[in-house]
Ligand binder design. Sequence first.
Ligand SMILES: *Cc1c(COP(=O)(O)O)cnc(C)c1O
Length: 833
Amino acid sequence: MSTTDPDNPLRSPTSPVGPYCSFGGHLNNAELAETLSHHLLSFLGRDPQRAGNRELYKALAYTVRDFLIERWVKTQKEFYARNRKRVYYLSLEFLVGRSLGNSLVNLGLLDRVSETLKEMGYNLAEVREEEEDAALGNGGLGRLAACFLDSMATLGIPAYGYGIRYEYGLFYQRLLDGFQMETPDNWLRYGSPWEFERPWNLYPVKFNGRVYSYQDDQGRLRYEWVDTDEVMAMAHDVLVPGFNNDSVINMRLWSAKAPRDMDLVSFHRGDYVQAVRDVVDSETISKVLYPSDDIREGQELRFKQQYFFVAATFQDILRRYQKKHEDFKQFTDEVAVQLNDTHPAIAIPELMRLLLDEGGLGWEEAWEICVGTFGYTNHTLLPEALETWSVDLFGRILPRHLEIVYEINRRFLEEVAARFPGDQDRLRRMSLIAEGDEPKVRMAHLAIVGSHSTNGVAELHTHLQKTRIFKDFYDLYPERFNNKTNGITQRRWLLKSNPGLAALITEKIGGDWATDLYRLRELEPLAEDGEFRRRWLAVKHDNKRRLAALIDQRCGISVDPAALFDVHVKRLHEYKRQLLNALHVIVLYHRIIGGRAEGFPPRVVIFAGKAAPSYQRAKLIIKLINSVAETVHRDPRVEDRLKVVFIPNYGVSLAEKIIPAADLSEQISTAGTEASGTGNMKFALNGALTIGTMDGANIEMCEEFGRENMFIFGMTAEQVEAARRDPARQPQTVYQENEEIKAAVDALGAGIFSRGDSAIFRPLVDSLLSSDDPYLTLLDLPDYLRCQEEVGRAFDQRESWARKSIFNVARMGKFSTDRTIREYAREIWGLKV
Ligand SMILES: *Cc1c(COP(=O)(O)O)cnc(C)c1O
């Protein structure tokens, strides 16, 4: 590797590579303690004897990073030498959470470090709490990207994650009088010890300007993008270790920097302050993560973020490719690019531009490379979440790309017209441009047309793609559509987050499940072992005690660990139906104060989740949950039979504490709206039983577990479709005919939970009773109530509950991202794994 190679981390000025990095994983406790002291002294300028937890965290993180960097260099050399096809995973979000614990687990250092710290007078658990979450994502989509990196590293795939290094991650959520308040997530305040800055390798990214066309010396029409503004992209690498395999891959995150000679004109004019302001402006591109999940953001800055990271990434990909190649003939043999949703779909016209305008290729040849390179993962069924960009804005910021999109569309519509002659309506539906007062580019259409694979993230989702949202495209390109059911990494979501359960499982069946989750099947016979069931429940109880302490500390509410912990944690969204759950809570409350709750176990209903700051309805649901909680807790008749808790600031680290303590997992979206869900998998892997609709991956979990081991209720996706069209299916009917439901909705509307204020929750009441409530909440409520009663009875049969819990865990093999990634690798990327 040359000295200007940004793949070489040894060049980084912040890389503490010295005599302390070559211990190769075999150092003993004394050596480890010495390394820690060295880092404390030399990096932090502190007397190692007087370091606090925060200093120790940093020193430990740098020590681990030394370990990682050595292995990363080796891994990169191997990839280079073996010249294997590389996979580029492009995602605007990586919801990583904390790295220290995960790295220690994957490197096999957890026990040794824990012991050493103890000898030094520290507690590893406390030290780990010093780390800020890297919340560079909103929810499921970003967390999936992080699980994928863990699995790709563990499977030894030559992969790179590419994204943006947001200076501010997902906002920090506080509650003020039960309302969500957002504050900035300044996660880099104290710096991040996990990243390597590459300040000397900057790529220019252009915006705006105009297209200049001319004839080249062979008489061909050529295009040049001129008079552009420029921003520089600087790389930061975050290392991702595989589990126990010495393989380390990286996530390369770009931050925006002003070009050095930025706006010299202003300097010459003497307008120094304006010049500095321009610098600041151009650096805003990577300033903040947009906080919307499953809602479209039409902002110009978001569009710029998308192009910024794609343009920098492709310069990097081409640099790496061109080290070995003079032309593009081998491109699709060596490069696979996966688009995580349409957020990076601008990569399609960008690669075309690079091949046509800079590489001098002809259209057909460039297009074949383009389609061969890309795969596209669609993550949503909500039509309102499909991205579009106004042609106006698109053309202003990326004029050359808009021309290319038009040309792609012209050729594409010709193809459609040839296949389906005379079908004007089909042309209009399939066009990459939605016509109207304000014409828009449909990014999903662009992504399907410009790639060789479009996948959904669960069987039902893929089925609905083919039959509903992308039906026309499936008619044209059936071979492009495929399913890749999501998963989770068991390293973070069991081994690290639930050490008690992980140890019990390993004691019985060995530890191979960490890399082969299907091995959990061997737990099945143990469901009949009474002693094992006792220990299984004891681990759960222990986790519940710890969560109870956290709830006490953060919410000031005391809960009994013996109660049924009923948990609904995920983004706040109407389709996820936290409102359905809240209505159940109100019904329970009425039953308790009406003396109709005898024989049911005490419950703690736990919520957590952020609402997009602009999503008023979702924020009102947060307020409702907190208001119901207050009313219930204030009522002396309830005693300890019902508690309602909203834990603020849901994120990866909080999820790792909540999920191992859950008895019941709420996965109750309107059927046909949740693409897959991955929260559902995390809970089941930690021994919670699921109450859920036949939606997303719940269906496949049910196939694995058997219906008798899950609490299924509500309409299927087909029934939902039919109900939406059937004027006889009215929420009003449910409201009139079911006394308990009527009482619950009336209480909401009467201000029972809002100190007599009958206006505040009016919008929720109206939506529940509206004949076009898209989420059909009241229609599913009666069956939900029935199913919850069944849960209550089942929880009191502790032995059979434990059997079901063990059985669920034993059947979780399919839901590892190791399985998911193998399928992507073989069926989309063309790798052998
Ligand atoms: C897994 C996860 C999600 C996704 O949860 P769903 O229940 O699938 O919506 C969201 N946020 C965090 C922090 C997660 O860990």
